[in-house]
Design a protein around this ligand. Structure first.
Ligand code: FAD
Length: 500
């Protein structure tokens, strides 16, 4: 059957309940499905993978479960994920992972206080930059990197009593923020930096992993039998009838399904690559906005050891500045950092280090995973990180206690259903990110076809799990308004409360 044949004719809507197809069973798709099911809609969630969760995923390859995607709850004030985490009886760490040391480019340890000050100042300047960009949005020129603002702050406010060397360290430690914006920090736009404003409150590392939170998020959709796994969607066709817009969704295996509304929650990276064909094509303004926003890369590598040889000391966060001893694969001497999972509370403590990489380095590491045999790629990954973990306190070369047991390395960059990346960011050259987000979020007026996900979140939650959750909820509500199942006033009031 062709798509056109499958589309119901005018007045042929079989079901009284509005039927909504949600594409993608990640955070936003599952939340949208939950709200719609609870409001009495008929919902089908089509998910390309053989699992729900999207960019939330856990693996027990190294023993205890570990998060491959999201691991932190960013901001614990007014964050809906806190409520879910509480209900799921998750355990989180607040201060355990804060004890920081910084290694100088030559591999020596900087005095602890200086290391901490470098990191504290870096966060202060980032937060200040966010406020500065919010206050001065219209005056700030396009094509200016956040690093220019940061540099001006370093020049004006060099750490007390410190000279050129410390300024140099300050300009190197800023690269760490690349792990937040999922790209080289030089590529972070200043004008649109306010879009990185976090939800207020503390950042919590979910020691028990996001797994139990995801189980709760998926509960309603799974219990109601709404989720269809292994169903990658390739096309969405919309026809306008007297009864309103009707949609036909076509999966890779040729199945076609009809619906009164469609919520597309595939990642921004997938939209950029036109992974789903829309007929009629998305209007130009939406396509342009999708193009303007950035989609970054962040990867995680866990390395487990027989014992946590580094953990006799309280330090749980290690930062390696512009390492002169870097492997050839890090010839630009980009910053590397590692978190000690040995410092997590029991029963989650484990002799494992978590390394984050972003931008070009993550690309190089994931290329290794892609092309080599598992053994060769394991060797390559270990060879990459060995110069760093071998600097940690207690390391003794050739001691079996300091020899890695196993590794777990993510590969989001080569994952088409993750949009070949990690999450949305705001690159240098972006003119007005808010406008772009609103344009994408608005969708095609009157079409009952919405784009939704972390990239359409309220501005405080962009690129995060919390934002994706809010986005799913907001889009479901807009859908209910369209079907006359919620008043516009109620929706508007809720949207205002969400800071839209
Ligand atoms: C390494 C990494 C670390 C992160 N760390 C954090 C963190 O600590 N804290 C935080 O808040 N956020 C973090 N994030 C971001 C967070 O994971 C995402 O913002 C959030 O999970 C996105 O949810 P979503 O519903 O928008 O998209 P997704 O979770 O990606 O859901 C989209 C779904 O669509 C499916 N799909 C794709 N294409 C198709 C298709 N053609 N047909 C059908 N289905 C399709 C996908 O398989 C997926 O299930 C991290 C992300 C990564 C990658």
């Amino acid at each position: 059957m062709t798509i056109a044949e499958a589309a119901p004719k005018d007045g042929e809507q079989a079901s009284k309940k509005p039927k909504v197809i949600v594409i993608g069973a990640g955070t936003s798709g599952l939340r949208a499905a939950e709200v719609l099911v609870q409001s009495g809609c008929e919902v089908v969630v089509l998910e390309a993978r053989d699992r729900v969760g999207g960019r939330i995923a856990t693996s027990s390859k190294l023993g205890l479960p570990l998060d491959l995607g999201a691991n932190w709850i960013h901001g614990n004030q007014g964050n809906p994920i806190i409520d879910l985490a509480e209900r799921a009886q998750c355990s989180y760490s607040v201060d355990e992972l804060d004890d920081t040391v910084v290694y100088a480019p030559d591999g020596t340890l900087l005095p602890k206080r200086l290391g901490e000050e470098l990191v504290t100042k870096m966060w202060d300047y980032f937060d200040d930059g966010i406020e500065y960009s919010a206050r001065n949005f219209s005056e700030i020129k396009t094509n200016v990197s956040f690093v220019e603002y940061y540099r001006s702050r370093v020049e004006a406010d060099c750490l007390e009593g410190q000279g050129e060397k410390v300024k140099e360290y300050q300009m190197k430690v800023v690269e760490l923020l690349g792990g937040i914006v999922a790209t080289d920090i030089k590529r972070q736009d200043l004008k649109n930096l306010h879009l990185e404003k976090p939800i207020p409150g503390e950042n919590l590392f979910v020691s028990s992993t996001y797994g139990p939170v995801m189980s709760l998020m998926a509960k309603t959709a799974l219990e109601n039998g709404c989720v269809r796994l292994n169903a990658p969607v390739e096309q969405v066709e919309t026809v306008y009838t007297a009864a309103g817009p009707l949609h036909t969704v076509c999966t890779k295996d040729g199945e076609t399904l009809n619906a009164d509304a469609v919520i597309v929650t595939v990642p921004l990276g997938s939209l950029k690559q036109d992974r789903i064909k829309f007929t009629p094509a998305m209007p130009d303004n939406i396509r342009q906005s999708i193009k303007h926003l950035g989609y970054g890369s962040l990867e995680k590598t866990y390395i487990s050891f027989p014992t946590a040889f580094w953990a006799a000391e309280s330090t749980s966060y290690f930062i390696f500045l512009a390492p002169e001893y870097a492997p050839a694969t890090n010839s630009e001497r980009k910053i590397i950092s590692a978190i000690s999972l040995a410092h997590l509370p029991a029963p989650y403590s484990q002799p494992t280090l978590l390394f984050y990489t972003h931008g070009d380095i993550s690309k190089r590491l994931t290329d290794t995973l892609q092309w080599d045999s598992p053994d060769v790629s394991r060797q390559n990954i270990l060879a990459f990180f060995q110069p760093y973990f071998s600097r940690l306190p207690g390391y003794i070369a050739d001691d079996p206690a300091c020899t890695p047991v196993d590794i777990l390395s993510t590969n989001w960059l080569n994952d088409e259903y993750a949009g070949n990346g990690s999450y949305t960011n705001f690159p240098v050259g972006l003119v007005d990110g808010v406008e772009d987000i609103k344009t994408i979020r608005e969708g095609v007026p009157g079409s009952r076809l919405w784009l939704c996900g972390e990239h359409t979140a309220p501005l405080l939650g962009l690129a995060s799990v919390s934002g994706a959750y809010w986005a799913g909820e907001m889009t479901a509500r807009r859908c209910l308004v369209e079907f006359g199942m919620m008043s516009e006033d109620a929706e508007r009031a809720l949207a205002m409360a969400d800071g839209l």
